[in-house]
Structures are given as C-alpha cells and as structure tokens.
Write a protein that binds this ligand. Structure first.
Ligand code: ASP
Length: 348
C-alpha cells in the first residue's frame, strides 16, 4: 500500500515536471500590433455628418485590419505599413494619393517616406506629381537605390524605371479639395492686399488648410518595427514647399532600439523639432515609456512652440501611443493582446 502511494506520488511529480518542461519549451506568442492615422487637424464634430463619420471609420478599419491580418500571418511590419498606407492613399477621403490637396498653382505634389527599424534603412520622395503610390516609390528608393531621398522629376524617372504605376496629375483631383483651394486662395489674396506680403498672408491661413496626411507604424512577430507616412502636404503650398512627411526623423522614424513614429500636423514645426526622432531618442536615452515620451513632445514641446498636430507611435513590446494636440486625429489601432481602437475626436 505504502509502495503504491509512493509510486503514484512519483508519477504525479514526474508528469508535473514534464508539463512545466513542455510549457517552458513552447514558443511564447510573439506580440504584434499596428496603428494608423489619416491626419490631424481642426476636425469639427458638429460639422461631421454620421454618414461621413461612418465612411472615415470604415476606411480606417479597412486599412488597419489589412495590415493587422498581414502581421498575424507572419508578414513583416514594413509590408503591413505599406499595405495600410496604400489603402488610405487610394481613398479620396484623406490628403494623400487620390484626394491630395492642391498646390497654389492647382496641381498636386506628393511626399512620402518609409523607415525599417531593424536595418535603419529609409526611403523618401518629395514633390512627385505622377506616381500613383508615393509610399511604394519611397520603398523602391529604400530598397533599389543607393539614396535615401529623391525629389521631383528625377524621382519620377526612377519610378518609371522601377515599373511603378504612373498616372496623370489629375488622377489625384477631388472636388472637395479644389473648393478648399479656391477658398484658401481668396483668403490669401485678401490678406496679401492688406498686408502687402504673400508670406505674411500665408501665415494667417486657417488651420483647416494645413493638415491631413496618412501614416502607419507596426511591430511584427519577429520583433521588427517600421513606420511610413504619405501626404499631399498643405493646401495652396507654393515654391516647391516640402513638409515633414518625407523627412526621416521629422515625420517618420523607426528604430528597433526604441520606437516607430509617423507624424501629422504643421510640418514646419515637426521639421524644426525633429518630432519623430525626438520621441524615439527620449525612449532610448532617458529610458522613459513611449506614452510619456510621445506625450511630452506633442503636448509640451510642440504646444509651447505653437505647432499643432499629433503622432502615432509603437514600441518593441507593442505598446501604442497616439497623442495629438489638435481637436481631432483620424486614427485606429489593433494589437495581438486583443485591444483595438478607432476614433476621430479627442474625446473618442
Ligand atoms: N505634416 C504634413 C505637412 O506639413 C501635413 C499634415 O500632416 O497634415 O506637409
């Protein structure tokens, strides 16, 4: 009887031991996550119809879920970021690709960039007019050229050599953006008459003319981060103006050692305060959380400087932060821990 008890106790202990060896050997589920934005700015709740809100949220969800599904199937964060951004570029709702704002001369000049947090490789394009997907061209610059940034006609020649889809500039036209250009130009003309200076007049343009961009950041199952951003820039921009979106460190940054960031807002401030890189540097060198670093840069540094906008950011553990200091930012996120979000206003 005693022996029987001893044997059964030993067997139980052995099976417990075996179970714990098995669970120690089982690969822990690797975290993965994605966040996207469709631009920050003066987004007025009372002026947005329920149907319009639904349309924005549906497109944000589609872009987010497409990227998320790619991550879930083991694809890289870089490919998920590109796929999510391309869905937003193709939608006329957002200021990137189709639906991009108009320049002062009535055209579209597009900027985009991508960065890989594992390799620290990056690609960017600015002022392109006939490349259907500027983010795809940014990726081609990163992968198939010896450069980081190409601009204008040269970037378009490279795009053609790469066999990327090309379109006429009018492909990006939408009536809503055209009406917005007409309003901006009228306001500029009135102010220029009064102030006798185009630059001073431009300074007074309402915030609604300054915002809109799309972007994505992601962490994949291999622990690699990526970030990308694509934009039409600012309504009535002139003289070949380029914003922060194609500038690595300003509008886009990714480094596996810290975080990945895509920004949206008044680009001149994001360039001068190198917003995306500053957030990652604070995480890396100060050892503070992503949420704290992003909050300090967006709500302290930028606000004190007078720069409005926001960022989406993700760290190597899959923590997501999406602070903004404007009234709204189109945004969505989804993590393998089950959390998901889609929102527009600051109280969403
Ligand atoms: N940051 C973009 C730019 O300045 C615009 C935006 O994000 O709304 O071109």
């Amino acid at each position: 009887m005693k022996n029987k008890l001893l044997i059964s106790t030993l067997l139980t202990l052995a099976s417990v031991e075996l179970m714990s060896i098995n669970s120690a050997q089982a690969e822990p589920e690797k975290a993965f996550a994605i966040a996207i934005h469709g631009g920050a700015g003066t987004i007025n709740r009372s002026k947005m119809s329920p149907a319009k809100r639904e349309a924005y949220e549906a497109k944000l969800k589609q872009a987010r879920d497409t990227g998320y599904a790619m991550l879930a199937s083991g694809k890289s964060s870089q490919s998920a970021v590109i796929a999510a951004i391309q869905i937003l570029e193709e939608s006329p709702l957002f200021n990137a690709g189709k639906g991009a704002v108009y320049t002062f001369e009535g055209e579209h000049e597009l900027d985009a960039s991508i960065m890989n947090g594992k390799t620290l490789n990056a690609g960017a394009v600015s002022g392109v007019k006939t490349v259907k997907s500027p983010i795809a061209l940014a990726q081609a610059v990163m992968e198939n050229s010896v450069h980081v940034m190409l601009s204008g006609a040269g970037a378009e020649t490279f795009a053609r050599q790469q066999g990327l889809p090309m379109v006429s500039n009018s492909y990006f036209n939408t009536d809503a953006r055209y009406q917005s250009l007409l309003k901006a130009k009228k306001q500029l003309a009135d102010k220029e008459r009064e102030l006798k200076d185009f630059q001073a007049a431009h300074q007074t343009l309402g915030k609604q003319y300054k915002y809109g961009t799309v972007g994505a950041v992601a962490l994949d199952k291999s622990g690699n981060l990526s970030a990308g951003t694509s934009t039409g820039g600012m309504t009535a921009k002139r003289y070949g103006r380029i914003g922060d979106a194609p500038i690595i460190g300003a509008g886009t940054y990714a480094n596996n050692a810290s975080c990945a960031v895509s920004a949206t807002g008044h680009g001149e401030y994001f360039i001068r305060y190198h917003v995306a890189a500053d957030i990652c540097a604070r995480v890396q060198y100060q050892g503070i959380s992503l949420a704290k670093a992003a909050d300090i840069v967006v709500n302290d540094v930028l606000v004190a400087a007078g720069g409005s906008g926001g960022v989406i950011a993700i760290d190597p553990l899959g923590n997501i932060s999406m602070p903004f200091n404007s009234t709204g930012m189109y945004r969505a996120s989804k993590s393998s821990n089950g959390e998901e979000f889609v929102g527009i206003f600051n109280d969403d």
